[in-house]
Design a protein around this ligand. Sequence first.
Ligand SMILES: [Zn+2]
Ligand SMILES: [Zn+2]
Length: 358
Amino acid sequence: MNNQNCCSSMHSVKLARQGEVGLASVPRPEPGPDEVLLRVLAAGLCQTDLHIRNATDSRTPDGTTLGHEIAGVVEQCGEAVTRWQPGERVVVHPCWSCGVCAACLAGRQNACRNTGSRLAPPPTPGVTKDGGMAHYVRVPERALMAIGDLDPAIAATLTDAALTPYHAIATCSTLLHPGSTTVVIGLGGLGNLAVQILRATSATRIVAVDLSDKAIEAARPWADITLRADSQGFIDSILAMTAGFGADVVLDFVGTDETLRTAAAIVGRYGAIRVVGLSGGTLPFVARSARNALPRGVTVMCPYGGTYADLAAVIALARRGAIRPLVTRFALSDALQAFDALEAGRIRGRAVLIPETA
Ligand SMILES: [Zn+2]
Ligand SMILES: [Zn+2]
């Protein structure tokens, strides 16, 4: 390969076709007028990437470069870019919202209205646009946020693994007062950070729940109580610790029939259920109090990503050491091994791909 080719092509992890993700050699992208070209320093690997690899109903087009958790350094700015300079270290907000609709102006960028349909979220790198599992990625300048001297592998995970639980927690902030109880079900990459964020930002009592002793151990430093979900009398023990009232907040990072049934059985009156894990479960609701599994006043929400203010908040928490994402690093060229390890449940914390420098 001659020198020019070596500088104008790069490797990327692409969805080749449904069921197949592979490494490809592709041209280095050119930034548009209001875009920035980032040299990727780290790209997180998420259950969503496994879903995209395996799905039959994915909205991700064939040929898309995966990777929605991106940290990098500004390499080149489009001609209309005014806010960034080459050399600045940044992360990429995963909701590429329009910035000018009523929702965006109100600071609700994850509810952006300029997406073409009621059900469609804003464009997301690695899902509907080319993402960060590559040496370079082009991104809209308004999606960037500075990270200073944060470790890029840690910073990358903030954009989803920390942002999403932070936002879910922010939607029930009034319930996290002293004397309240919050149950976190599922202590993988996001659930572990949910426990850390609750500890850093609230006075609620934190009950951390999983089926894996390893996951429970990893969350223990920040939890008040840890429980195995399959322990004898699990639901009764949560009711007992809340004097029969139930939990004020239940954060479900699994989202199966079983975890949603559990959430309904342990939530208290006027409590909150936030469903972040999307495993196809059903939460039963009957519009009649005598037959409804849910106590009166409970709110249920399936939040999406987070706002730009939420990302700024998790960056600030990480910079002062209040949250510490656990990462396992892989070279970008070992991406497929990382996918397989995540699928087999062999990753501690978040898997992060690091592009090799030429
Ligand atoms: Zn994700
Ligand atoms: Zn908008």
